[in-house]
Design a protein around this ligand. Structure first.
Ligand code: DAH
Length: 344
């Protein structure tokens, strides 16, 4: 009986040495067959109790050898298929569709800029652009700023290398001049862009921000045309219940000039802290293009008239989305930016 047991052990040992597996399932089946509590080796262990005392030593040695070999082999087999990139079940399938990657979304200022440009686009305006590094003529002189106008001061304007004539544009009105110098009426343009001012950075001011300028020049353009365009624009952007109010104002490049308020979106015009309890919020400046500006750009002010509008994109975005700190727009904090995913 004991030689028979030794034979069983030797047969199993040969079998174990020859073992091969292709994947995790096959490996698990082998592990159960040889090493589990009810496996071949455990059964031999049980039978070992019946071995005659005098032979226990010899049989025991064979049995231990088998056990060690089986454990070693089965461990080795595990590594053999787990390591291979294309063998076994856990291999990478290169044909599989990739996991969805979270895409970026448009910046809130870009969303609002596009909306503004789209609305004016529906009124027949086309986009015009100009340089951010400008000269005094396009930013100030052509637009009828007096030589001693405070906006020309170093306090407000960034000069390049202290050169008196090369500056960062402080408003997109400079694009008006660039277009009018090259093109005769009818002109109907909208100019989105970044502008720079020498301001201390805080929650309500930044050294750069964004504006959109609109300009319409043709024969017989009147203040009524301006008002009608502004009403259409405001209702499109803020909803059909929106009301507008024009207040007289002053800009060197328009005459007459006005500032436009819309009824407060937060309280519906009843008055709240956002609108300082007035029911109105200012959103833009506008007016009839000053005849000097037309003449400066080579357009006959006796023949043509026009209106101009300028607005800050940050201000309108704040109003639409109640962003209370301007700095958030340029900090690239994903937690802030992702809030606008649905607006895209
Ligand atoms: N350029 C002005 C600014 O930066 C905004 C502005 C006001 C533009 C009135 C206009 C306008 O075209 O008519 O503050």
């Amino acid at each position: 009986m004991d030689t028979e047991m030794i034979e069983r052990i030797k047969t199993l040992l040969r079998e174990v040495e020859e073992l091969k597996v292709a994947n995790a399932d096959e490996w698990e089946a082998l592990r159960i067959r040889y090493l589990s509590r009810k496996g071949e080796i455990s059964q031999l262990m049980d039978d070992f109790r019946n071995v005659a005392a005098g032979q226990k030593r010899e049989v025991g040695q064979h049995l231990n050898q088998l056990k060690e070999k089986a454990q070693e082999k089965i461990n080795e087999l595990k590594n053999s298929f787990a390591d291979k990139p294309n063998g076994g079940e856990e291999a990478i399938d290169l044909t599989r569709t990739a996991y969805p990657v979270r895409l970026g979304t448009r910046h809130p200022l870009s969303v609002v800029r596009k909306e503004i440009c789209d609305i004016f686009g529906r009124l027949g305006f086309s986009i015009a652009e100009g340089p951010e590094i400008e000269d005094d003529w396009h930013v100030f002189s052509s637009l009828n700023f007096a030589d001693d106008h405070p906006a020309r001061d170093m306090q407000d304007t960034f000069f390049i290398d202290h050169h008196p004539d090369i500056i960062l544009r402080t408003h997109t009105s400079s694009v008006q001049t660039r277009v009018m110098e090259k093109q005769q009426p009818p002109i109907r343009i909208i100019c989105p862009g970044r502008v720079y001012r020498n301001e201390a950075i805080s929650y309500r001011a930044h050294c750069f921000f964004h504006q959109v300028e609109a300009l319409y020049v043709d024969k017989d353009v009147s203040f009524a045309d301006l008002k009608q365009a502004l009403l259409f624009f405001s209702k499109e952007l803020f909803g059909p219940d929106t009301q507008i109010r024009l207040r007289p104002s002053y800009f060197p490049f328009t005459e007459p000039s006005a500032e436009m308020d819309i009824s407060c979106k937060l309280c519906g015009g009843r008055g709240c802290p956002f609108c300082k309890h007035t029911g109105w919020v200012e959103i833009l400046g506008c007016g009839m293009v000053h005849p000097h500006v037309l003449d400066n750009c080579g357009i006959d002010s006796g023949l043509y008239s026009g209106y101009a509008v300028g607005m800050g994109i940050e201000r309108i975005t704040n109003l639409k989305y109640q962003v209370t700190d301007l700095r958030l727009f340029s900090e690239n904090d994903m937690r802030f930016l992702r809030q606008f995913e649905s607006a895209n």
